[in-house]
Design a protein around this ligand. Sequence first.
Ligand code: ARG
Length: 564
Amino acid sequence: MEYQLSIAEALYPHLKDHLTMEDILALLEKPKTAEHGDMAFPAFQLAKIFRKNPAQIASELQEKISSPLIEKTETVGPYLNFFLKRDMVGKHVITEVIEQGAHYGESDFGKNQNVPIDMSSPNIAKPMSMGHLRSTVIGNSLAKIYSKMGFHPVKINHLGDWGTQFGKLIVAYKKWGTEEEVRANPITELLRLYVKFHQEAEDDPSLEEEGRSWFKRLEDGDNEALELWEWFREESLQEFNKVYDRLGVSFDSTNGEAFYNDKMDEVVELLEEKNLLTVDQGAHIVDLEKYDLNPALIKKTDGATLYITRDLAAALFRHRTYDFTQSLYVVGQEQTNHFKQLKAVLKEMGYDWADDIQHIPFGLITQGGKKLSTRQGKVVLLEEVLDEAVAQALDQINQKNPDLPNKEQVAEQVGVGAIVFHDLKNDRLNSFDFTISELVQFEGETGPYVQYTRARAMSILRKAGALDAQPVEEFNLSDDYSWEIIKLLQEFPETVQRAYEKREPSVIAKHSLHLAQAFNKFYAHVRVLDEHEERDSRLALVHAVTEVLKEDLNLLGVNSPDEM
Ligand code: ARG
């Protein structure tokens, strides 16, 4: 239930000559402090219309207004403040949460609309970077948020599986590699070979030539080259899958760059037909001056296609296959220009749906001040980051709850959850540094804090023998601690909506933190399990908190262990 709506309805009869319901809803504010009530209506705007001062208008409105949901009203200067009937609102919200469970907050806003989400998209034969981790977890969370809003997301892993580097890799493998070593540690070994190639090529430039010629063989469909490439791709993907499994992320498609090899001729033909290609020093480009962008390089002098050529083919393919209403690309902000060019070329080609393409950029994460880098061959593997977080989570569990059954499994959920939550709790465009030990803490603004809070709430329910929620017959909580919780529960659906509108999982993460904080305050002041006339209402409230915290975390792609 939207209590804003009830308040607006109460105001409307007295303002309908001047304001619409939408106007009134837009004017209603949430007061900064709880003592100013639950909702405030500022009367400034009406001063001109009524030719009275706003304070006077506020107090005249106050006298006229009534609604079954409103407990009382107060005026503070130009504001009319509303206090809601806490038990009524509470009963309503808690009932909704308990009845709808995991479905609470769902809408059919995006019904029947496909939304491809290009996410993760690491480059094969290289370790997955922090940037790819970000893309994976942001994309995964957006997919869940879109789903909750009724859309049909299609998660696409646009693997970087084509390019001249594979020619070099083949050369390096044939010279210095063995099958056993690659099988044993695919990514590290392929990376070692790649790095070695560059070191050796400094003294022996003919290697570069050899690399190019192997890439040419690959492009021409040479069997040996293709087999090696397929094998490298397969081994890499298996390594990536280990990380995806731990993160609980799956894809609807792993069509990467290579998938578009046979789909680029069409792009080039279309560009030619539409007279968009110009030859500039032997290269084919699309001029984008009128968009204030550099020209898009479609084909190099030697005929090789480029990253953007593949993305053009992919955009056409996705539009045909999914007939999307939005198409998202969760890719670091350093590629902003690329996506501007992509959209501009499509626009030039006459495709209005280019406007439905959205680049979802994000900032850079570093660990201990350093970017995870592959260039020098010094790599921090993502898996090692996850392992470290899990080990530290296990330490914490050993301190707090040494007898916990299936500790290892819970530690995995907490450690991995900590990394994911941390990644999502900041506005995605922020760049930040992280230190594992900080984000695995059970206190502070961390994922484990939210998980731990929920696990405590679950343990209350267990002790009360109230794991199955009962319908709320009578709800009589009106204390301030409960009320804070009720308001946050009530705000969950609009929070999902806001996260969707801003394409911003951090909106959900912040909601989970606020709810966890409100619950901990409540828990510190209210003895839920004591025999008391409010006991049933309190248990119902606790139950609703466990449901909504679980759903918050779920939308972030973080697990909620029932005990920890
Ligand atoms: N593989 C690319 C990289 O690591 C990201 C691909 C993003 N997706 C796309 N359709 N361009 O930078």
